[in-house]
Structure formats: structure tokens, C-alpha cells
Design a protein around this ligand. Sequence first.
Ligand SMILES: Nc1nc2c(ncn2[C@@H]2O[C@H](COP(=O)(O)OP(=O)(O)OP(=O)(O)O)[C@@H](O)[C@H]2O)c(=O)[nH]1
Ligand SMILES: [Mg+2]
Length: 361
Amino acid sequence: MPPILTVVIPCFNEAANVATMAERLDAALPGVAWEAIFVDDDSPDGTAAIARGLAARDSRIRCIRRIGRRGLASACIEGMLASSADYVAVIDGDLQHDESILPRMLAELQAGRADIAIGSRHVEGGGATEGFSSLRRRISDGGTAMAQALLPVKVADPMSGFFMLPRALFEATAPSLTGRGFKILLDILLSADRKLRVAEIPYSFRPRTAGESKLDTTVLLEFVALLLDKSLGGFLPLRFLSFAIVGAVGVLVHLVVLSIVIRFAPFVTAQWVATFVAMTVNFWLNNRITYRDVKLRGPALWRGLALFYVVCGFGAVANVGVASLLLVDDLVGWRWAGAAGALLTGVWNYAVSSTLVWRAR
Ligand SMILES: Nc1nc2c(ncn2[C@@H]2O[C@H](COP(=O)(O)OP(=O)(O)OP(=O)(O)O)[C@@H](O)[C@H]2O)c(=O)[nH]1
Ligand SMILES: [Mg+2]
């Protein structure tokens, strides 16, 4: 029997949880033709190998192993796009979501009572008492309030990572998704071309018993970026925005370093030192934030840095060239000439470094 429900399980370093996850799905979905797709970003702990071991014995289980990529949202998207079932669900691979509500989620959708069913901590009967520090709770509440302000529909737990929807609806929405960061449900709710009817099913968020959390501060940045992208209607590419902000930080770094070094060295030397420091800081920040999903590591990191110097070097030459041209013909004042040069360099550095240095999409 072909599956009617695909359960997508994003995993990173969840080797200790994979087998239990599969057993629990089996127990939770009697009488439902289901399949599970583990989407692993090449975890060093061998998560993918364990999932494949299970898949070799059980045809309902599959595994997608992504190499050189990171990202919860994009992992979920690729898992759902690999499905041919009528319904797709996403559930964390760390056993924190309660799989026993999956049949109720499916029933809501099959009865046509909702377009999307969400496992919710914030409706009557749900909860997240354990496993949350007070700081995390406050950040989470703040994020929920911000998300709710933007959402066209009322959702108590828009930050949930546990949900189910008809595959056709997902496929229709997929091209509009931002696809970055941790909040795939929010991305779907904000990208759908109509108000979705939501059914929230309560569950208790369980504490983690094995493996560790992948949340960090950049996740927060990505959350803000997602909201920004959706409220701007996707007008400016997120990466470019991030690259530009990092560039602005680079200018500050440059000025600070210049003002220090110029006390001991002639201007030209100080300017060179400041340029190198600023480029290096820019590279590091871009690798951590702008290109986090395709982050360079090991030898590729050093190759990337060298290439980044070269790309920015060309950018600088073009900058001065264009600015001087505009000045010579007396077309504009020096301020506009300078700004035009800087803008050109920004776009050049972005376009070339995202294709050559990070090979991002
Ligand atoms: N494929 C993939 N999965 C990821 C990535 N980051 C996190 N995950 C998985 O997504 C699920 C949720 O991540 P967690 O780190 O548990 O995040 P959380 O549940 O919000 O936070 P905790 O309460 O701290 O566990 C887990 O199954 C992770 O293994 C990633 O970059 N790629
Ligand atoms: Mg978790």
C-alpha cells in the first residue's frame, strides 16, 4: 500500500534517538499507511547510517543525507518535497514532540476541518513545563508575540515545529518559502497565498533525554530575518541584506583600526592594515551568519578567505575606478561619486563571493 502520510524527521546528531523515533511512530499510527523520512545534514555521530540501517529492514523508512548543508527549515522542505503521499507532517527527531497526536492531526485534515494541523503547547491541554530556562521562555514568548502580530490567522503556537498539512498545499506554497532558519511552520503560514484554517492540537513538549540542542544565537537572527523578509514581501534578498549589514559593521571596524594604527604608522600602512582586518572580520561574520547554511570549515575555510581577499580587492579597484570616472567628467560631486563606487563594490562583492566563495544558491 502506498503511504498516505509522510512523516519528515529533521535530524542533526540524533543517532541516539533514531530507532526509538521509528518505534514510536509505528506504535502511534496503527492502521495508517505511513512512511518516515529522516533528513540528516551529514551528522558526525552517524545518524544517517543508523536511519539507513532501519530503512534496510523496513520499507516505510527512508533517509536523505545532505552534504555540505545545514538548516532545519531547508531540511524539512526537502523531506516534504520527497513525499508522494496525500499528507505530510514534520516532527523533531529528538523525541520532544508527542507523536501520539499524529492520528488526531490526520483526522482533522481528512475531515476537511482545517488546512493545517499544528501540535501546540499553548492551547488548553498543551504545555511546555520542563526543559525551558526562564530566558528561553521569555525569548520564545517575545518571538511568538512578534509572529502573531504579522500572521493573518490566529495561532497560539506559531513557533511550533510539529505540524501536518496536505502535500498539495505544501507543494503550492513551497516556491514562496524563505526556507532559512528554524521556523518552517511560520514560514509556511506567512507564505501561503490565502489564510489557512488552523487546527491546534494540544501536546506536552517533552524534555530532551538524549543528544543536545542545536539552538544558538544565530537562530534568533534568522528568526528576525524571516519576519523581515516576509514583511518586505521578499523584495530584498535576505542574503544581500545580511551581507550589507555585515559590510556596515566592516566599515566601523575599519575606522576603529585605522584610528589606532595611524598613531604608530604612516597613513598608507594604517589604511592597509585596517583594510585587511576589516576584510577578515567581514569574511568571518559572513561565514557565520550570511552563509551559515553553507558554512566553510577546515581547509575550505582558508581557501575561501584567500578568494574573498581577491574578490574584495577587485571590488576596491572597481570602486576607485568608477568614482574617479564620475569625478573626472565632473558629472557629480565627490560624495555621489564615492557612494556610487561603494554601491558598485557592495553589489560586486556580494554577487561574486556568493557564487565563487560560498557557492550559495
Ligand atoms: N537536518 C537538520 N536537522 C536539524 C538541524 N538543526 C536542528 N535539527 C533537528 O531539528 C530538531 C529540533 O532541533 P532542536 O535543537 O532540538 O531544537 P528545539 O527542540 O527547538 O530546542 P531544544 O528544546 O533545545 O531541543 C531536532 O530533531 C534536531 O536534530 C539542521 O541544521 N539540519
Ligand atoms: Mg529539541
